[in-house]
Design a protein around this ligand. Structure first.
Ligand code: ATP
Ligand code: MG
Length: 503
């Protein structure tokens, strides 16, 4: 079931990937080079004794070779398990213990720490790979000349385990099958109209669904070219954008691009598509982007467990503050706490079903069972509303919902009001323990440069707009909100920081 490779264009001499700026290792990769490298890597893994179903943990900098390790896993039936490069020893120790891989590939800078962990955990193999095609993995793989014939994998066979971002708790390993990945890749390629004339500027990390599956599958499944940047550097993106037709980003990429006048209509005149996801795109960013460039950013919604679920339309109105319609083959519904399916306009838990939805969490059978309904829908943990036109609006995460004096407060409603204040750049509303109300909202606010606003004024303004129980009890002003690599605001950290604010 090597769908990804089978879909490479007929003419495999076409360029699949450019990796400018590397000091060592190939800069230009044809589809033929990607395919043959993956087949050699797969043979190398088999030579180490790995068999179908074995996990390969990869914690390395982004490189074409790292992508080839992923493709080698698809080919050989090994299970690809990428780790966030920000994880340090304790986190890696837990994850290696959880995944029980047959092989760990790490950055040379982490080798010593990993040597200790893999020895203690009994991992058979540890190899290194850096961003420039050097390390013991490369030394070993380069000696292999033959290709591993593609393994026979059924649609239901495990292809990858990706850990969730850990925004609401400990990261969970989502088990994704070959069928999950293929279905979602094809749905996205088609809905976003990818063709082999496209050039995708790829600045996302590849240890998450966004950069690995959404971005790479769209390009690989359509024969398009990718220009790879090791990470998002504003100046590098500005330099390469004139050669691209599509760009995918998290919302912070867009606010950073907008932060300088050199990002303008002329620079992106030839672009076909900008997409955003992983975290909410502020309506204000959407509008500013449109005013500056003439482009409407296409916002979509997904999660590690499901790949992408919804997308704003390619043709037709892209509505800011919404994540659009379900993808082909995917169904969504909004359900009350009691499990009743709600009408348009009503707020409740968002559930999804479709060929993109994962099979369960790795070694967490109880948790997996809990997150599915009896009739097979996955509970996303996101709170949403579907409007009369069918657009899905995300209201927040169930875990971020604040219950104050028995009333539900949706943080996003209040955040939008705070963000609308002219002095405010952005805000987060979190629930903290409160002596009387059980829980109360606290506003954590970032002001625009040079602006002043005090707590009393901010709270008084909110009182004029919404019911008292929704008004945060306190407001704090900070330099910036804590964000993880995907630009998600880490509300769990804020809840910890302000846990005593209302006692
Ligand atoms: P964890 O499950 O470990 O707490 P996480 O949910 O942040 O972490 P991911 O799977 O990376 O881990 O992220 C999926 C979540 O990201 C979704 O459930 C949703 O809350 C959020 N998300 C994704 N796209 C969007 C979007 N366009 N707008 C708002 N939120 C989004
Ligand atoms: Mg999640």
């Amino acid at each position: 079931y090597t769908l990804i490779e089978a879909s490479f264009p007929e003419d495999r001499s076409r360029v699949a990937l450019e990796a400018p700026g590397r000091s060592h290792g190939p800069l230009i990769w044809s589809f033929a080079r990607l395919a043959s490298t993956a087949a050699r890597y797969a043979a190398f893994f088999a030579g180490l004794g790995l068999v179908k179903g074995d996990r390969i943990v990869l914690q390395v900098e982004k490189s074409p070779e790292a992508l080839c390790v992923y493709l080698a896993c698809l080919r050989g039936g090994f299970v690809f398990l990428p780790l966030n490069t920000a994880y340090r020893t304790d986190e890696i120790d837990y994850l290696v213990g959880d995944a029980e891989p047959a092989l760990v590939i790490c950055d040379p800078s982490m080798e010593e720490a990993l040597r200790e962990i893999t020895a203690r955990r009994g991992t058979p193999h540890l190899l290194t790979l850096d961003a420039n095609a050097r390390g013991s993995f490369m030394d070993g793989a380069e000696k292999v000349r033959d290709a591993l014939p593609a393994a026979v994998c059924a649609a239901g066979d495990l292809a990858a385990i990706l850990y969730t971002s850990g925004t609401t708790g400990k990261p969970k390993g989502a088990m994704l099958s070959h069928g999950n990945l293929a279905a979602n890749g094809i749905a996205l390629r088609d809905v976003w109209r990818f063709t082999e004339d496209d050039v995708l500027l790829h600045a996302l990390p590849i240890f998450h669904a966004h950069g690995l599956f959404v971005a790479c599958h769209c390009a690989l499944l359509s024969g398009a070219k990718m220009i790879w940047q090791q990470k998002f550097e504003r100046a590098d993106v500005i330099r390469e954008l004139p050669r691209a037709t599509v760009f995918m980003g998290v919302p912070t990429f867009y606010t950073r691009l907008l932060s300088g006048e050199d990002f303008n209509r002329d620079l992106v005149r030839h672009m076909r598509l900008f997409t955003s996801g992983s975290a909410p795109l502020l309506a204000e960013t959407f509008e500013e982007f449109r005013a500056r460039t003439g482009h409407a950013i296409l916002e979509r919604y997904g999660m590690t467990e499901t790949g992408m679920n919804t997308s704003n339309p390619y043709d037709g109105e892209r509505r800011p503050g919404t994540v659009g319609f379900p993808l082909a083959g995917t169904q969504v519904r909004v359900v009350s706490d009691e499990g009743a399916v709600l009408e348009a306009g009503e707020i409740g838990g968002l559930q999804v079903q479709g060929p993109n939805v994962f099979t369960g969490y790795w070694r967490m059978p109880e948790k997996s069972a809990e997150e599915f309904t009896a009739d097979g829908w996955f509970k996303t943990g996101d709170v949403a509303m579907i409007d009369v036109d069918g657009y899905v609006h995300l209201v927040g995460r169930a875990k971020d919902l604040i219950i104050s004096g028995g009333f539900n407060v949706y943080p996003k409603e209040i955040e939008e009001l705070v963000d609308d204040m002219p002095e405010v750049l952005e805000s987060a509303i979190v629930g903290v323990p409160h002596a009387d109300f059980g829980e109360a909202g606290v506003a954590v606010v970032v002001l625009r440069p040079g602006q002043m606003l005090d707590e009393a004024t901010l709270l008084a303004r909110l009182k004029e707009r919404v019911a008292n129980f929704k008004v945060p009890k306190r407001a704090f002003f900070v330099e910036s909100l804590p964000r993880n690599t995907m630009g998600k605001v880490q509300k769990n950290l804020l809840r910890g920081d302000y846990k005593d604010a209302c006692r």
